[in-house]
Design a protein around this ligand. Structure first.
Ligand code: FES
Length: 145
């Protein structure tokens, strides 16, 4: 003789097990997706840009500077030395302005020296800097952003 109460109980137990296993499996898939997306994001933000210095008259001599990409400045320090910085203020992300000697943020007054080091708050972190590589053979500069 069938006992409908036990069958229903077994069915409910089985359903909960299936839901639990499914939830764990979906969570694992979701984590894998998140990791893949984070990895893609990292690759998107790691790039390099090579510029021909002859295209930038302001970078022909030491002390010159030019914006070479969105919010990216290059300053020529000497014949073969360059500084590249992101112009995004580290306080609340306004774009800082360069006057040939230092950077100042128009939003709340943070200041940075030519190397991007904070000299006056409220910003607490230096400007993001990028490694550069000068190639004198073809007069190019590669910026690793
Ligand atoms: S955003 Fe630059 S000082 Fe606040």
């Amino acid at each position: 003789m069938d006992k409908p109460g036990l069958n229903r109980r077994d069915f409910i137990k089985s359903s909960f097990k299936t839901i639990a296993i499914g939830t764990v499996a979906l969570s694992a898939l979701d984590i894998t997706g998140l990791i893949a997306r984070a990895s893609d994001k990292f690759e998107e933000t790691t790039s390099e840009k090579t510029i021909n210095l002859s295209d930038y008259p302001d970078l022909q001599s030491a002390g010159g500077y030019a914006i070479v990409a969105k919010r990216v400045i290059v300053i020529r320090v000497s014949q073969s030395k360059f500084i590249s910085l992101n112009l995004t203020c580290t306080h609340k992300h306004c774009e800082v302005e360069y006057d040939g000697e230092s950077f100042e943020c128009p939003c709340h007054g943070s200041q940075y020296d030519k190397n991007g080091k904070v000299t006056q708050g409220p910003a607490e972190h230096n400007l993001k800097s990028y490694k550069t590589q000068y190639n004198s053979d073809d007069n190019t500069l590669t910026i690793f952003m």
